[in-house]
Unconditional design. Structure first.
Length: 489
């Protein structure tokens, strides 16, 4: 398979002049392509192109932008198989999951193409009867998108779709691990005026250059807390607008009323929430709190189901879980497992590469009796690892759920209305899912409390992240106001 390795700048494909990025297939450990990063002159050209395209795009009525956005969605759907194979090659995740991701991107474009037509502000009550007042929402200008590797296209389109729909132009950078699926998008943007979307490649240095670039008005970032803080500081230093989507350590709570068949279903839902994309989802369930008597049957059902999952070649249709994205990520997750076991935790299944000679595999792992201060219960793991903890009450589960610096998502299983309401009111997280793990909705905001983020993607909130509010106050009379000078009369 040939790979598109050129950048997209001002509507033209150009080879990156900067440092070479070697792209590895994590299942085979082979280097499949080499991509040149954008040099700093190329990044400047991309920003200039986005600025030049900005006036025409910003002034285009949303009703005219809408078919262009839907055209991008159509282009994505037509390329589903190609993009899915590229993502599976770069990340190692099962093809089914990669195909789903392409459709989610297209649906997000369709959603923003339409909601951006509904309003660009609001009419507000004036101060006096001779006046008329409105709030107008305007695009920021050029938006820089900095994207991680775990959902390379989805997390790009969660930024790009609302930003374009609001009238901004784009300079986007995928992760250094996964540029191929993003660079393959050049032709889906061919219906837009040249320079409206520019795609550059590069590692952290290029990301930092975007965050610091005076020609970029707003930065939309998804990635780790550590990097997000750097991006936030760089944007604050120049008063650029910024949206930060960062890491998590999501809790999964089994309320005391859950038993029998519901408990077995919750165990399957839990395994999916912990192991989807080899646990490399920002909202992966990374700590399970089971209240009371449900603990033992839940652990038993969870382990049994985990042992039935098929780990292997992500291109094989029967595979549930592929390798992790890199040796580094696998080693980080494995180190947390080994350290917890060293401190007294019991490993019930997983905890190794399953004897495979190639590929960055970590078998889905379930642990119990993990000491409360273990990294596995406190730091982001970002791997297929599920520590399960017994707790005495729902209050204790919620207290532990809220006890960390993170607040991205949380899941609770219950049939009891009072328990559900208690969870949704008391858990401090940007998404709370009751009985249906990880289901996103384009119409609902996504983002984090605390260190998990600032701002929101998706929903009306996700459109507003890319608009500046302007208050317009119109007085229809030209008259002297009684509160002007002189005060002495
Ligand atoms: P990362 O922070 O290492 O990198 C993210 C992006 O930032 C990459 O494109 C990288 O090249 C770039 N970058 C690196 N250093 C930079 C710098 N100094 N300035 C600007 N950009 C820089 O994260 P990752 O390993 O690619 O992704 C995994 C992390 O992303 C996890 O912590 C995960 O929880 C988080 N994540 C969050 C969400 C969310 O919506 N909240 C979604 C997915 C992933």
């Amino acid at each position: 398979m040939g790979y598109e390795t050129d950048l997209l700048i001002a509507g033209e494909r150009v080879a990156g002049d900067g440092a070479a990025l070697e792209i590895e297939n994590p299942a085979t450990e082979q280097i499949v392509a080499t991509v040149g990063s954008a040099s700093s002159a190329q990044l400047d050209r991309a920003v200039d192109a986005a600025r030049a395209a900005s006036k025409e795009w910003a002034s285009m009525p949303a009703v005219d932008r809408a078919p262009l956005l839907r055209g991008i969605a159509d282009g994505l759907r037509e390329k589903t198989e190609e993009l899915a194979i590229l993502m599976t090659t770069e990340i190692g995740r099962p093809l089914t999951e990669s195909r789903d991701e392409v459709e989610w991107c297209a649906a997000c474009l369709d959603y923003y193409a339409e909601i951006a037509r509904s309003e660009i502000g609001r009419v507000i009550p004036p101060i006096e009867s001779s006046q008329f007042a409105v709030v107008v929402k305007e695009p920021h200008g050029v938006v820089g998108c900095i994207v991680p590797w775990n959902y390379p296209l989805l997390l790009l389109f969660w930024k790009l779709a609302p930003a374009l729909a609001a009238g901004n132009t784009i300079v986007a950078k995928p992760s250094e691990l996964t540029p191929l699926s993003t660079l393959a998008l050049a032709d889906v943007f061919s219906g837009l005026p040249a320079g409206t979307v520019n795609l550059v490649a590069g590692a952290g240095e290029t990301g930092a250059a975007i965050a610091e670039h005076e020609g970029i008005d707003c930065v939309a970032f998804t990635g780790s807390v550590e990097t997000g803080k750097k991006v936030g500081i760089a944007c604050a230093a120049r008063n650029a607008r910024v949206n930060l989507e960062m890491g998590g350590k999501d809790p999964f709570i089994i309320c005391p009323d859950v038993a029998d068949e519901a408990l077995a279903i919750a165990a399957r839902g839990g395994a999916w929430a912990a192991f989807l994309n080899a646990g490399q989802v920002c909202t992966s369930s990374e700590r399970f709190y089971v209240v009371g008597d449900a603990y033992e049957p839940f652990v038993e059902a969870f382990v049994e189901h985990t042992k039935s999952l098929v780990v292997g070649d992500p291109t094989d249709p029967g595979t549930d879980i592929g390798p992790m994205v890199s040796a580094r990520q696998r080693d980080k997750a494995l180190a947390q497992v080994e350290s917890a076991v060293g401190a007294g935790a019991q490993l019930l299944t997983g905890g190794s590469d399953g004897g495979r000679e190639t590929g960055h595999f970590l078998e889905p792992s379930v642990l119990v009796d993990v000491p409360g201060d273990a990294d596995l219960l406190n730091l982001e793991t970002f791997g297929p690892v599920a520590p399960i903890v017994a707790v005495d009450s729902l209050d204790e589960a919620i207290e532990r759920a809220n006890g960390l610096e993170f607040g991205l998502g949380a899941i609770a299983y219950t049939r009891d209305l009072a328990n559900a309401i208690k969870c949704l009111k008391e858990i401090r997280a940007g998404s709370v899912w009751i009985n249906d793990p990880l289901t996103d909705n384009d119409a609902g905001p996504f983002g984090g409390f605390k260190n998990s983020g600032i701002g929101r993607e998706l929903g009306a909130e996700g459109l507003d992240a890319f608009r500046e509010a302007k208050h317009v106050h119109i007085e229809t009379e030209i008259e002297i106001k009684e509160w002007w000078y002189p005060y002495g009369e």
